[in-house]
Design a protein around this ligand. Structure first.
Ligand SMILES: *Cc1c(COP(=O)(O)O)cnc(C)c1O
Length: 371
């Protein structure tokens, strides 16, 4: 059994992918070929925003808007401590200070009440200027943007949605990657909309920001290719990857429906026994991961071993909250500072989730857990 089954998906669209790859080989525009514009237009329309700027990864997608906003030394950027490293890493790379925020016990997403507490703390300390917040759509579930946006507006800080896991999710009719001042996603193969390599995108309704992102993506180019007007990066997505993501998009909505179906099947059977990620009313998850909360490290080890003995793969997302990771030691955070994230890291694990599960596999996993 596979944790994420990309093979069945490939069988379904193999011919289309081959056709699109051959097309790139024929036209030969490997860098910024026609697939890039096509993908950007398709994604912008899908999400319902004005601009999509593709780039080399979900990590660079976080970096580029932070660069465009001149985030740097002396700036505080608020990030959840229970997430993938990239969210806080890009803040630190720019010399700004990641200020961690604990998560909500039910949704595992940034707790808006704790966000505002942290903003007040930073203001009181007087050392850093609150500039931005990066909520993460953890495991596919959109963060609480209605509340976070209110707080951000009250304190005049920017909102950057990290939708690397959330693409395909929504709140009401509003799709992931349309929240905040800008939003990002990743096409890493294991993400809900994954390619066959690295890739990412930034979304925004801000014309000025979109123009800066396009410049930063190509070494800070100005209108003249050899007169660079700012420091940028080599952040382009390959035409070949764009071709693959375009192909995957043709079945993406169907895949989201399937993920929802399997998540429901899991939840119906597991809810009496395990705490699960709570999906608030009107929210829809893209189900990048399906996660369970156990009663503690030992219970988790037992459960994971039991499944392993049945040949069922599991993963821990995430075993160490960011504030306890070595690269952030200089921020002087310690054990006990973010109790919900720490408890969650000790108790959580994820079971197989992808569109190509079936009733039999679900039953096998569920009986492995409940036996
Ligand atoms: C995967 C991921 C990223 C980074 O995406 P890459 O394409 O791997 O660089 C950023 N944030 C979150 C929350 C992620 O899960």
């Amino acid at each position: 059994m596979q944790f994420i089954d990309l093979k069945t998906q490939q069988k379904r669209i193999r011919q289309d992918i081959e056709k699109r790859i051959l097309n790139v080989l024929d036209h030969g525009r490997y860098i910024m070929g026609p697939e890039i514009k096509e993908l950007e237009q398709t994604l912008a329309e899908y999400v319902g925003v004005k601009h999509c700027v593709t780039c080399s990864s979900g990590t660079d997608a976080l970096l580029m808007p932070l660069m465009a906003w001149n985030i740097g030394p002396g700036d505080a950027v608020f990030v959840p401590t229970f997430t993938f490293i990239a969210t806080a890493e890009m803040v630190q790379l720019l010399g700004a200070t990641p200020v961690f925020v604990d998560i909500d016990n039910d949704t595992f997403n940034m707790d808006p009440v704790k966000l505002e507490e942290k903003i007040f703390e930073v203001i009181r300390d007087g050392k850093l200027k609150p500039q931005a917040v990066i909520p993460v759509d953890l495991f596919g579930l959109p963060a609480n943007y209605p509340e976070i946006q209110k707080i951000a507006d009250a304190h005049d800080i920017l909102v950057l949605e990290d939708g690397a896991q959330g693409f395909g999710g929504k709140i009401g009719d509003q799709k992931v990657c349309s929240f905040g001042d800008a939003a990002t996603t990743s096409f890493f193969p294991a993400k809900p909309l994954g390619g066959y390599g690295d890739g990412g995108a930034v979304f925004t309704n801000d014309d000025d920001l979109a123009e800066k992102l396009e410049s930063i993506r190509v070494h800070g180019k100005g209108s003249d290719k050899y007169d660079n007007i700012r420091v940028g990066i080599n952040g382009r997505m390959d035409s070949m990857q764009a071709a693959i993501v375009l192909s995957k998009l043709t079945i993406f909505d169907d895949e989201i429906v399937r993920r929802e179906k399997w998540a429901q099947a899991y939840s119906d059977q597991l809810a009496p026994t395990f705490q699960l990620q709570k999906i608030p009313a009107t929210y829809a998850s893209a189900w990048a991961q399906y996660s369970l909360i156990t009663k503690g490290k030992k219970h988790r080890d037992d459960m994971m071993n039991k499944l392993k003995n049945h040949g069922i793969p599991t993963m821990i997302y995430y075993p160490i909250p960011l504030h306890l990771q070595t690269t952030f030691n200089h921020l002087n955070n310690g054990v006990g500072d973010y109790p919900v994230s720490e408890d969650t890291a000790d108790c959580i694990f994820s079971i197989p989730m992808h569109p190509y599960l079936d009733d039999e596999t679900i039953n096998q996993i569920v009986s492995g857990l409940l036996d």
